[in-house]
Design a protein around this ligand. Structure first.
Ligand SMILES: [Zn+2]
Ligand SMILES: [Zn+2]
Length: 371
């Protein structure tokens, strides 16, 4: 542990003679020190509202990552979206004031909406209905799973000072609403394990924070109710970046001093401005323009030179279905993005027909991805 490049520690010099401290990495020491603090205290520190006492000074480099994931309700291992709202506590402490309703704090936050390209066509149409096209916070980009892992790794392993790599990585406070499900999904469906990077020093669940701050007595308050209690609109939910953003905004409202929260109806206006500004925040992982209809880059299904993509597509599964309705839908999507096939299988014309016959029949259709 002592040879770790994260062994740099201001804490070691300020913590006196603790013998156990010297055997822990600086991040581990901070993580241990934060166990004695509640979520409200940790968040207030990150926002620069009130500094934590008796913690290693490494805490001053903390970044907070609030995230939400969406998956396909028919197969939860198919992760479809990741939303991230994040900020650097150093940016917060540099502010002269948090601003009314925390506007200055919220202006320092970054918002990302990643759609997982391999599963982007798996839309939830029955349960947990969300529309990934209705993202409000940050820009939407399509990332392959591997790129999503890269993006998350970059976020969770952020150098304290890019020019001084020997200083190691920023401590990360992870935030989410009913978070354990999302952490599990990143691990199982994406192969990303935040814990393995060793930078996570604390986890804040807004369900716990809401109880600590006296907003509810309920153990599991829903995000919709929490947003309502915080006094802003719950819009286009079940889209990962909107949920992550609303989670972080609610958290900020819960710890903001009452004097900064006048009952003047101004909060929603603040959020509208933050939302609009966030849409200018460019980022670079993956591709911004990917067409779910034809599978090509450079345009989207709804905007190909100002109108919808009209590339000829055909689904071989639907074209071969015994159901007329399904055959009629065959020209609306590609074979590889057929939700009906994922849900119900091929529905062969003749259940006894051999695989070879099917192959012959499909080859006769003479269609590829784009017909
Ligand atoms: Zn297209
Ligand atoms: Zn189909």
């Amino acid at each position: 542990m002592s040879t770790s490049d994260m062994s740099h520690s201001d804490f070691a010099s300020s913590s006196g003679s603790s013998s156990s401290a010297s055997s822990l990495s600086a991040l581990d020491q901070l993580s241990k020190a934060l166990l004695t603090k509640n979520s409200q205290e940790v968040l207030s520190h990150c926002l620069g509202l009130s500094p934590l006492s008796n913690v290693p000074s490494l805490a001053d480099n903390t970044i907070l990552i609030c995230f939400d994931t969406e998956s396909w309700t028919s197969n939860h291992s198919a992760i479809t979206e990741i939303g991230v709202s994040t900020f650097d506590s150093r940016d917060m402490r540099a502010l002269a004031t948090p601003g009314l309703h925390g506007e200055h704090l919220l202006q320092q936050m970054y918002f990302y909406h990643a759609r997982i390209q391999e599963h982007a066509h798996l839309l939830n149409i029955k349960f947990c209905v969300g529309n990934p096209d209705a993202n409000r916070f940050g820009q939407t980009r399509f990332l392959k799973k591997e790129q999503a892992r890269g993006m998350l790794k970059e976020m969770f392993a952020w150098p304290i000072d890019a020019e001084k790599p020997e200083l190691g990585f920023c401590p990360v406070v992870v935030m989410g609403h009913a978070l354990h499900g999302d952490m599990d999904l990143l691990r199982s469906a994406l192969g990303f394990d935040a814990d393995a990077l060793g930078t996570v020093v604390s986890v804040i669940d807004t369900q716990v924070l809401a109880r600590e701050c006296g907003f509810t007595l309920r153990k599991q308050i829903g995000l919709r109710d929490l947003v309502g209690l915080c006094g802003f609109q719950y819009r286009d939910a079940h889209t990962a970046s909107n949920d992550a953003a609303m989670t972080l905004i609610a958290a900020v409202q819960m710890v903001l001093p009452a004097a900064l929260k006048p009952d003047d109806g101004g909060l929603q206006h603040v959020l509208d401005r933050v939302e609009t500004a966030s849409q200018m925040q460019a980022w670079s992982w993956g591709d911004d323009l990917y067409c779910l209809r034809c599978g090509n880059y450079g345009h989207t299904k709804d905007d190909h030179g100002g109108r919808k993509c009209r590339a000829k597509v055909k689904c071989m599964h639907c074209a071969a279905s015994i159901k007329e309705k399904r055959r009629r839908a065959a020209g609306t999507h590609r074979t590889e993005v057929c939700i009906t096939f994922v849900l119900h299988g091929p529905e062969l014309q003749d259940p006894y027909e051999s695989g070879e016959d099917v192959a012959t029949r499909i080859s006769r259709l003479g269609i590829g991805d784009r017909g």
